[in-house]
Ligand binder design. Structure first.
Ligand code: C2E
Ligand code: MG
Ligand code: MG
Ligand code: MG
Length: 288
């Protein structure tokens, strides 16, 4: 038996593991009830045109307001939702809520820009995804071009299936962007075959951009490649004026990050951000 008593590494490791497992089981049980209990909330983060600083899109980012633990990050509970199958119900809820909110912003704020929704791996592989999306758009009364779906490179492993799913979505008229670009298995050869309108440069390349010559080279290369492939490009995780300056200089189309705004609840975003954009006439959909 490997496990020993006393204050040795094994015992500690084992206790730690049990606690971790228990927490996970508990979270999964709580997550099952989260939708019904209205504990899930969507935060919205603006996407800004690099050159005229107008608002060109808004990304929907899920939060879980746990009754005891408070706000839990999606990087913690999305994996639990994926493994337990709860992701199907949660994903559908997110897409419907985000579309409803954008329809409301159109009607009440004349805000005609797309809302971006992150697709989960399971959702992307659902065989009726395009019909599901179409059904939600019809139900909500939102035109397809005002919905953008974010996928990641790791979802594209099955090239044949991915290509046909993306083709169906494209025919529906929704926009498609590649999230976290540069962190997965980017096969540049397939990139040109997929109907992807936009690359989102992962924030890991932006973080040290100002001091790292290699990150500068990678970012400039991604921008140039995207443009050669007639794709739009947005940088994620932009926090400083220096990062913004480099991205502008390199021809990056759009910017998302704390520099402009953190993700905020809809009402909060209206108060601190949308009002000013409207007032300054700085709203316009991206051209792709
Ligand atoms: P993502 O789609 O790549 O979203 C960008 C993440 O970067 C968000 O984290 C956002 O809050 C954060 N971020 C934005 N600007 C900055 C910045 O300037 N600095 C820093 N340090 N971070 C910034 P968040 O909201 O915690 O979401 C994490 C991930 O969880 C998302 O990454 C996405 O993959 C996933 N996720 C979020 N909502 C959903 C959802 O509704 N469905 C699915 N399937 N996944 C979701
Ligand atoms: Mg995203
Ligand atoms: Mg990302
Ligand atoms: Mg991500």
């Amino acid at each position: 038996e490997v496990k020993k008593n006393g204050k040795n590494g094994y015992q500690y490791y084992s206790d730690h593991l049990d606690a971790h497992l228990l927490e996970r089981i508990e979270l999964e049980a709580d997550l099952r009830k989260a939708i019904q209990r209205n504990e899930l909330i969507i935060y919205y983060q603006p996407q800004i045109h690099a050159h005229n600083s107008s608002l060109i899109g808004i990304e929907a980012l899920l939060r879980w307001n746990h009754p005891i633990r408070g706000i839990i990050s999606p990087s913690i509970f999305i994996p639990i939702a994926e493994e337990s199958g709860l992701i199907v119900e949660i994903s559908e809820w997110v897409m419907r809520q985000a579309c409803l909110q954008m329809r409301k912003w159109q009607q009440e704020w004349e805000l005609y820009i797309p809302v971006s929704v992150n697709l989960s791996t399971q959702q992307f592989h659902q065989n009726n995804l395009a019909q599901k999306v179409e059904q939600i758009l019809l139900e909500v009364g939102l035109e397809a071009k005002y919905l953008e779906l974010e996928i990641t490179e790791s979802m594209m492993m099955d090239i044949c299936r991915s290509t046909s799913t993306l083709q169906e979505l494209k025919e529906l008229g929704v926009r498609i962007s590649m999230d976290d670009f540069g962190t997965g298995y980017s096969s540049l050869n397939y990139l040109k075959m997929f109907p992807i309108g936009k690359l989102k440069i992962d924030q890991s390349f932006i973080r040290d951009l100002t001091n790292s010559e290699s990150d500068k080279a990678i970012v400039a290369t991604i921008i140039s490649m995207a443009h050669h492939l007639k794709m739009n490009v947005i940088a994620e995780g932009v926090e400083t004026a220096e990062q913004l300056a480099f991205l502008k200089e390199s021809g990056c189309d759009d910017i998302q990050g704390y520099y402009f705004s953190r993700p905020l609840p809809a009402k909060e975003l209206q108060r601190v951000f949308l009002g000013k954009c409207k007032q300054d006439g700085k709203v316009g959909a991206a051209k792709y």
